[in-house]
Design a protein around this ligand. Sequence first.
Ligand SMILES: Cc1cc2nc3c(=O)[nH]c(=O)nc-3n(C[C@H](O)[C@H](O)[C@H](O)COP(=O)(O)O)c2cc1C
Length: 392
Amino acid sequence: MSLRYLSAGESHGQALMGIIDGLPAGIPISESALAAQMQRRKMGHGRGRRQQIETDAVQILAGVRHGETLGSPVGLLLPNRDWKNWQEIMSPTPIDAETKRRVHIPRPGHADLVGAVKYGYRDLRNALERASARETAMRVALGCFARQFLAALDMHVASRVVRIGAQQDLSALNLPVAELNERVDASPVRALDKEAEARMMAEIDRAQAEGDSLGGVFEVYAEGLPIGLGAYSQWDRRLDARLGEVLLGLNAIKGVELGLGFRAAEVPGSQAHDEMLPGGQPLDVRYASNHSGGINAGVSTGQPLVLRVAKKPIATLMRPLDSVDIRSGEAAKAHIERSDTCAVPAAAVIAESLVCLVLADFVLEKFGGDSLAEIQERLDLWRQRTQPGQAD
Ligand SMILES: Cc1cc2nc3c(=O)[nH]c(=O)nc-3n(C[C@H](O)[C@H](O)[C@H](O)COP(=O)(O)O)c2cc1C
């Protein structure tokens, strides 16, 4: 692995911290682009009040000078504005008010009970604070550095929501990936189709009114990838394997499909595989379709990457589910914590960021180099050689 990153921080702690190590020198870093990505993560119909409290202003503490990466580790800090209301409750030193806002009744589907049993907590807050998706704000910030690296190499990542609960957007992707986000960022549910958008929003309103929550499905695309990222030589060097790992590592994600995905198990081979067409030169082979989703045998084909990701409904219900009070062992209704009703659009933005981190890592592995210029040069040569009719 060429690129490493880590985060620390509790949901209501003082701040989130992040480090990303392994980026080359010379990547132009736009702080306004970073701010824009942080805003994209806050979006979406059905989000809770926390999104209004936080400004998500990321501070760059290390690794960037005068608008460019230095090749040294990038250090980020994201202070939580809500900290002022939680200083006592989340204090690292013992305090009298230690019992304030303790949680004793686990929410089905959340980290509360497994965390408490695993770590021996008696206050479930110890589990929920780190399991909360607040941490994903830092992953978006870290991913934005990978995104800016990829953009400098003409690779673009975008997403859209295709299902919220029972409501689907069946419209085809009818515009380039590089233009998609601008379009769907304007939609409160990241839908391309306006009629589907209205149905999805109504579904969220209905769930909210009933004290319920919703999940959904989104697609993540990447365009501009060269042939040859990833390898089949070992299982853990496959691009598809790493994408699956990282996406399943996002809170509440329960399924990941590549290209045809589960449909590929239903159709015969003649409908599952992408026929090849001559592009005019011996190595310039084109595809008649993209059922593979841009990866064959763990290696990128040069076609757009197409991932479909399923997110389960939010675990905190305002009309709580049956649970057990861990103090008494008696039946009780689950704890209620301030919460989203639906966070599928935000999850799509976070997933984009994670895909950027994976792709940046594989680009670094294949093309190496300590500076962006060095990588650009190698990538240009590679594109000319492997996609002669398609390279600029
Ligand atoms: C963007 C995003 C926002 C989320 N917001 C909430 C929330 O407000 N309340 C909640 O209970 N779960 C929320 N979740 C889900 C939990 O973080 C997650 O379900 C929990 O960690 C349980 O573990 P799981 O990942 O196995 O589902 C959110 C997830 C994502 C991706």
